[in-house]
Design a binder for this molecule. Structure first.
Ligand SMILES: Cc1cc2nc3c(=O)[nH]c(=O)nc-3n(C[C@H](O)[C@H](O)[C@H](O)COP(=O)(O)OP(=O)(O)OC[C@H]3O[C@@H](n4cnc5c(N)ncnc54)[C@H](O)[C@@H]3O)c2cc1C
Ligand SMILES: *[C@@H]1O[C@H](CO)[C@@H](O)[C@H](O)[C@H]1NC(C)=O
Ligand SMILES: *[C@@H]1O[C@H](CO)[C@@H](O)[C@H](O)[C@H]1NC(C)=O
Ligand SMILES: *[C@@H]1O[C@H](CO)[C@@H](O)[C@H](O)[C@H]1NC(C)=O
Ligand SMILES: *[C@@H]1O[C@H](CO)[C@@H](O)[C@H](O)[C@H]1NC(C)=O
Ligand SMILES: *[C@@H]1O[C@H](CO)[C@@H](O)[C@H](O)[C@H]1NC(C)=O
Ligand SMILES: *[C@@H]1O[C@H](CO)[C@@H](O)[C@H](O)[C@H]1NC(C)=O
Length: 509
């Protein structure tokens, strides 16, 4: 039996069995499409369809999300076990015209981008959790239900690693569909530059494999940074890297060292990062109610043999760490430890900014952000903010170009850059509006200053962005046009744009 006719029969069956005989002329206009789709899923896959009365539903709609701002109450959750069931789900949503959302690791904190209310169905990739290494161990096939820590733990016994997240709970699919910044990016580019094949479900229900050279090479290119407008990815095949152990750890500094700390960040962005095995994540964590900040830097060096030179400005006598855990260890071990120190939630919001590597840019961003946070947000309950300066090198961007290019098309001529993230974490929904308004105003203020001095970068990284920021508008014009035409080719009915409304959509740019 062809899948689509099976679905049509099943819809008729469900409609008649649940709501009476067909002769009663009860049509879908009497009920919401979502209820029909849920009944169909429940009828076909009773063990993988969950209603609000089950603990699996709570797990899939709450526990699996990093930020409480993403919690929502879909009509039901369907948890496919393989790509064929994803195709069945997509075809069912299309035929019943049911809105839906898809969730991977649940780490994008923007409300509505990875979940949906009772007007729709949540498609959860939790159980698409396969991991398989190719015979020659050069390629790892990853199901989209995986988080990066699971990937690293799987590869560690082989002395291998993958280009992935710097926090273990981050999901593989959302991360790779936006690009992906890794500790290894200075050597290998965006994580997505190292994907060799995608398996995905088109809006038609067709399951296809896209590579750089096959019939779907246009789709392959689009998926390296085009987000979720094209298909639902059911497998990522990524290159592995030999990296049994690395030098990695977290250093902390007190706020009296601010000037030298910003000097060190600037110098690393300019000079230290010329050694492509080296990476840092400088983050300033602030507690506005306590009028306190802690300056931190994760340091990473991909070798069994340490090279302290790239980090010389982060250590004595330039800076005096209060703590420094930098040591030789498997990346999986470090990630597991760091994850245990960073509990999920409660409510989270990101905003992304970009500058060229310039000492004055760092001063503007740092001073404006901290001053405004401390003067305007000190009364917000449970508030913790952070400001991260991610150094992005010429080599990072060159890797993407050499590996066939990507939609992001970051301008290499102005590199290196700092891609920056402002980050808020707070307790009460009553403060949401204050945080959202503040994040927009402080970011607008910083961007206006950077722009006036010619220090702003153009590209904004999707995965660190907040609601309302422009993302695809900052991709090169020709790339955005190409993304739009690839989208139209594979999804003419706009299923992944309108029926699946959550996420950054190329059509809306
Ligand atoms: C604590 C933390 C640390 C982070 N660290 C890093 C880092 O080191 N480097 C970095 O680059 N980013 C990092 N990020 C950002 C991260 O890349 C994004 O949050 C990313 O969206 C997470 O992927 P996910 O699968 O968890 O997302 P989800 O929230 O599950 O999904 C994100 C988007 O992708 C879509 N999507 C999910 N699965 C699929 C699929 N199979 N097919 C099609 N579309 C799909 C969803 O619909 C949604 O719109 C971090 C975020 C957090 C919260
Ligand atoms: C659902 O799970 C039950 C209990 O494990 C099992 O007996 C049953 O066969 C399953 N149903 C289907 C349709 O797979
Ligand atoms: C997911 O798979 C596990 C086994 O790996 C199984 O116990 C569980 O019931 C499945 N969950 C769903 C929601 O299908
Ligand atoms: C949960 O709700 C669904 C749909 O309303 C129903 O079919 C199912 O029997 C309920 N399960 C329990 C345990 O109440
Ligand atoms: C450290 O800072 C000095 C300037 O004080 C700079 O010349 C040097 O290149 C920096 N080293 C690194 C590795 O960033
Ligand atoms: C916050 O701390 C700074 C010094 O770090 C100090 O100048 C300022 O007065 C403090 N503000 C409040 C409200 O305590
Ligand atoms: C944002 O802040 C939260 C909570 O403070 C933290 O867990 C997370 O790692 C931060 N993310 C980034 C990108 O700094």
């Amino acid at each position: 039996m062809k899948p689509l006719s099976a679905i049509a029969i099943a819809i008729a069956f469900v409609t008649s069995s649940v709501y009476g005989a067909p002769t009663e002329a009860i049509t879908t206009t009497h009920i919401t499409s979502a209820k029909v789709a849920c009944a169909l899923f429940h009828f076909t896959y009773p063990n993988h369809t969950f209603y609000p009365n089950s603990s699996a539903y709570i797990y899939e709609t709450q526990t699996q999300y990093w930020s409480v701002t993403d919690y929502a109450g879909p009509q039901c959750v369907f948890v496919p076990q393989n790509a064929q069931q994803v195709a069945f789900a997509v075809s069912s949503m299309v035929l019943s015209q049911t809105q839906f959302a898809v969730r991977g690791g649940g780490h994008m904190p923007i409300p509505g981008y990875n979940n949906i209310d009772s007007s729709g169905v949540l498609l959860s990739t939790t159980n698409l959790s396969s991991l398989a290494l190719s015979t020659d161990k050069s390629v790892l096939s990853i199901g989209p239900g995986n988080k990066w820590v699971t990937v690293y733990n799987f590869l560690q016994p082989y002395g291998l690693c993958a280009i992935g997240g710097r926090v273990g709970g981050v999901g593989v699919p959302g991360y790779l569909l936006g690009g992906g910044i890794s500790f290894y990016s200075n050597q290998y580019g965006f994580a997505s530059d190292n994907v060799v094949k995608y398996e995905c479900v088109l809006a038609s229900g067709l399951i296809v494999e896209a590579t750089a050279t096959n019939t779907y090479s246009d789709l392959f290119w689009a998926l390296k940074g085009g987000g979720n407008s094209f298909c639902i990815v059911t497998r990522f095949d990524v290159k592995t890297v030999a990296s049994p152990e690395v030098w990695v750890g977290l250093a902390q500094y007190d706020s009296s060292q601010k000037t030298k700390y910003l000097d060190a960040v600037y110098n690393f962005g300019k000079y230290g990062s010329l050694d492509s095995k080296a990476a840092i994540i400088p983050t300033i964590v602030s507690f506005p109610s306590l009028n306190t900040s802690v300056y931190t830097a994760a340091k990473f060096y991909d070798s069994l043999v340490n090279n302290a030179a790239p980090f010389e400005n982060f250590t004595t006598p330039q800076l005096f760490p209060t703590v420094d855990t930098y040591a030789l260890q498997p990346l999986s071990g470090y990630i597991t430890l760091i994850d245990s120190l960073q509990p999920d939630g409660p409510r989270q919001q990101f905003t992304v900014m970009s500058s060229i590597v310039d000492r004055n840019a760092l001063e503007i961003v740092h001073d404006t952000f901290l001053l405004e946070v401390f003067t305007q947000l000190s009364s917000i309950s449970g508030l913790q903010t952070s400001l991260t300066f991610q150094p992005i090198t010429k080599e990072f961007i060159q890797q993407g170009i050499s590996k066939g290019g990507n939609p992001q098309g970051v301008d290499i001529s102005k590199a290196p850059y700092f891609w920056m993230v402002e980050n808020w974490s707070w307790s009460n929904s009553a403060d949401d509006a204050t945080i959202y308004a503040f994040s927009k105003s402080v970011t607008d203020n910083i961007n206006a200053q950077l722009k006036a001095k010619g220090l702003q970068g153009t590209y904004l990284y999707m995965n660190d962005a907040g609601a309302g920021q422009q993302i695809f508008q900052n991709y090169p014009t020709a790339n955005l046009a190409r993304l739009k035409s690839i989208r139209a080719k594979y999804d003419p009915l706009q299923i992944y744009t309108k029926l699946m409304p959550g996420g950054w959509k190329v059509l809306n740019a």
